[in-house]
Design a protein. Structure first.
Length: 118
């Protein structure tokens, strides 16, 4: 992202990013993973050398401990959009931070120029 040097342009970019900050869906800060396992039925194919079953889960931190939550196959598309929303907001917050720092620096530079200090 190219950051302009003039505070008016920086402020305009910052305001446009702040408008995009509203979440359009639930936000889920977790890591998505898949795993394979054997089921509990002795007559199943997974117990006789066949392919194992796959499952999906989310991993996240809660009170300093790592937690995992099973995700049913029916909810996969919905959960993926929640994860994508978190990723979008995280990138947007990073841009907002960069623009805020740039705005602070640009305004400080203008105040120095107005005071007559180069």
């Amino acid at each position: 992202m190219r950051i302009p040097s003039h505070p008016t342009y920086v402020l305009r970019m910052l305001q446009s990013r702040l408008k995009k900050l509203a979440a359009s869906s639930p936000v889920l800060a977790a890591t998505f993973g898949t795993y394979t396992h054997r089921c509990g039925r002795p007559e199943c194919r997974c117990h006789h050398g066949g392919p194992l079953h796959t499952g999906q889960h989310l991993t996240f931190k809660e009170n300093g401990k790592t937690r995992s939550v099973y995700v049913p196959k029916d909810l996969l598309p919905e959960v993926r959009t929640w994860l994508a929303e978190h990723k979008r907001l995280k990138a947007l917050l990073h841009e907002i931070h960069q623009l805020s720092v740039a705005l602070l620096r640009a305004r400080a530079r203008l105040l120095k120029l107005k005071a007559g200090r180069p």
